[in-house]
Ligand binder design. Structure first.
Ligand SMILES: Cc1ncc(COP(=O)(O)O)c(C=O)c1O
Length: 381
């Protein structure tokens, strides 16, 4: 039998994390609904004690994501992506400095901003497309959180250079890999210490669960994050864990289908007179297209476009009118599901003012690509 690492991610996604194939065994791991586990009656020899520390229903997902990210430890599953991001605070000393992209996911930005207001950390916000400025900001920092592409500006960072600089400076580096998934980027291979995911998005893939995960091959950091999960208690439910593993089985098919649609849509939008700027890392007009091509196994399926207002129309009204006219794109936040979603990002408090008022973010799904383009064309009429 080959080692798991000898198989492609596409095969691992389907064959990994299954019970041994013995007669009468279930094909899928059963879901375990139990808050506690029978002990030995003494203080040794127990693999599991209480459901806040371990649950067999987490194991399959954690093992499989660990293999996909090529981590030496399993993933650590959390109740949400934000619980996973919040667990990073366990790695920063009181009063320590955290570096974040100025266009990071707004939930992460608000969390760290509130920590700064409470005096727990100092925050430095950087333009991650400016490699030299970002490296300069690492001076004296304790942890750097990187996103590439950023959400929602879809900027691409020179991750290899930034992660090398963080390692040389002895700073803990974290990459939020939600937009890429391990199919398009494996940050640990590039030298990241920690990876975080909103499992809610592409990994689970069906907009029916909220979960998060942290990965690291560093045993000390692994122990700290697990300890944080056990004590802060943001654990995954058994049913959500099952749904995430089931959803992840089709990740390779879903992601590639959504990417093909995203490229088709980005191409169409970039030639339309009612559109100002289209951002999609797969378009040659994207400012970091070459870097994206060098670093990523695929360009993902998120794109943004600014909608030009009609004469006398406000920027907000232009975006709202476009969204209301769409039929196949549901106006909803979130991304990474099989269905296409659209939203004007500045409707969220906490979204930086550098994100244009008329910017819409589209999470492209796996519907028929030509029908998606036709729907957008009709909405722009
Ligand atoms: C890049 C990124 N990181 C983290 C999160 C937070 O994840 P969750 O919503 O699962 O808590 C999100 C959610 O939108 C995200 O887009």
């Amino acid at each position: 039998m080959k080692n798991a690492q000898d198989f492609s991610a596409q095969t691992l996604l389907v064959t990994g994390a299954r019970p041994r194939p013995v007669t009468n065994a279930p094909l899928n791991e059963p879901v375990v609904f139990s808050s506690t586990f029978v002990g030995t009656g003494s203080d040794s020899g127990e693999e599991r004690t209480y459901g806040r520390y371990a649950n067999p229903s987490w194991d399959g997902f954690e093992d499989l994501l660990g293999q996909l990210e090529e981590a030496t430890n399993p993933a650590i599953l959390f109740s949400s992506g934000m619980a996973a991001v919040a667990a990073l605070t366990a790695l920063v000393p009181f009063g320590g400095t955290v570096v974040v992209p100025r266009h990071a996911y707004q939930g992460s930005l608000v969390l760290f901003r509130q920590q700064e207001e409470a005096g727990a950390i100092k925050l430095k916000s950087v333009d991650i497309t400016d490699t030299q400025a970002t490296i300069a900001a690492l001076d004296g920092a304790d942890l750097v959180l990187l996103e590439s592409p950023t959400n929602p500006m879809l900027e691409i960072a020179d991750l290899a250079a930034l992660l090398r600089a963080a390692r040389e400076a002895g700073i803990i580096s974290v990459v939020d890999n939600t937009f890429n998934t391990p199919l398009n980027l494996r940050p640990l291979e590039l030298g990241a210490d920690v990876v975080v995911h909103s499992v809610t998005k592409y990994l689970a893939g069906h907009s029916d669960v909220i979960l998060g995960a942290v990965l690291t091959s560093n045993d000390e950091l692994y122990a700290k994050i697990r300890n944080h999960r056990a004590l802060h208690g943001a654990i995954a439910g058994p049913m959500e864990s099952f749904l995430a593993l089931r959803g992840m089985r089709t990740l390779a098919l879903r992601l590639r289908a959504a990417e093909a649609n995203a490229l088709q849509l980005a191409d169409f939008l970039s030639q339309h007179e009612r559109i100002g700027e289209v951002r999609y890392p797969g378009l040659p007009s994207h400012p970091q297209h070459e870097l994206a091509t060098e670093l990523l196994g695929g360009y993902g399926a998120i794109l943004t476009a600014t909608i030009n207002p009609r004469p006398g129309q406000s920027l907000v009204a232009a975006a709202d009118e476009f969204i209301a006219a769409l039929q196949l794109f549901t106006p909803a936040t979130s991304l990474g599901g099989v269905e296409s979603l659209v939203e004007r990002r500045r409707r969220h408090q906490g979204e930086p003012e550098s994100v244009p008022e008329n910017l819409v973010r589209i999470s492209v799904g796996i519907e028929n690509g030509a029908e998606l383009v036709a729907d957008v064309a009709a909405a722009l009429e």
